[in-house]
Design a protein around this ligand. Sequence first.
Ligand code: NAD
Length: 357
Amino acid sequence: MNYNIALLKGDGIGPEIVDGAVAVLEKIGERFGHTFNFTPYLIGGCAIDATGEPLPEETVKGCLASDSVLLGAVGGPKWDTLPGNQRPEKALLGIRSALGLYTNLRPAKLYSALNAECPLRPDIVEKGIDLVMVRELTGGIYFGERGRRDGKYGPEAYDTECYSVMEIERIARVACETAQKRGKKVISIDKANVLESSRLWREVVHKVAENYPDVEVTDMLVDNAAMQLVKNPSQFDVVVTSNMFGDILSDEASQITGSIGLLPSASLGDTKCGMYEPIHGSAPDIAGQNKANPIATILSAAMMLRYSFDLEEEAKAIEKAVDEVLKSGYRTGDILGASKETPLTCTEMTEKILEKI
Ligand code: NAD
């Protein structure tokens, strides 16, 4: 098959890590008989420098015309003093909205070879961590009515959490379908003991779950979930939650699995065209030094194969190669731990993964 991929390398380490993922996709293409066509577009700080805008029209058009989008990262100190709506990060909201991406999927998996990197107790780590966080991305308090006004005690500010049945239904379907491809367990996280929006969330999630009898769906309050993630993370398979709860819990989940240089993510909507990116930023402190860990971006490419192109075997081939490379003891600087070995460069780590594929 032939697939057209828009490449948004962005800033900082973005170009280095995206080059690694492209090399891996090309290798997968060779092995499994697919052709991946890559077209680069500008986004973030480099787009501001070249065109004056963080998200040029040509980039949006190019992404809309492609089968899928691979993003590195945007931002850096050079553009930090620009006003909010002109900053590189603004491009991320713009491109998600242009592509209609309302779901953020973030797997958090602890590779057994990296157990020592996990900040939790060994008896907890032993049971393993392998979960996917399904976060609603375009609704809730981040997009609700907000403002400032004069209140009972003087000036005050408010933000509103509002979810429609439609928004909850579609994210609940994504969670159930994700669980069908994994451990068939969904934990829906809310604050239904206090919030009306959470009570609707709970009601709708269970209504949707009736269509997935093979998936077990249970609820957990968000305060308990924050505790359970560090106390007993192995109980989670798929977690579904609102925009704000997901924002907070997905960062917690990423930290218990070691380095952010390892974790991929996918943003999905109603079409097959998704956007795939590492969860980390542009790492300006190591940019241009060939020190970045390319694994999060390489695993994001694997998610693209699975969710946009339905190429499960090819996705697994990448994940297996990463697993084997880590088991063989190869490390970039961010996952070196206490070892005195010389870390691999970004290109050397990519080479090791290519060899295993
Ligand atoms: P960051 O994730 O870029 O870096 C945090 C730390 O982790 C740094 O020490 C960095 O060197 C290290 N790190 C990150 N990715 C790594 C990798 N692949 N390999 C090895 N080490 C890695 O977060 P930050 O420093 O808070 O932000 C830097 C810039 O990135 C800011 O401009 C921020 O706005 C932007 N940012 C962009 C995105 C995005 O594009 N999606 C996300 C977060 C932050």
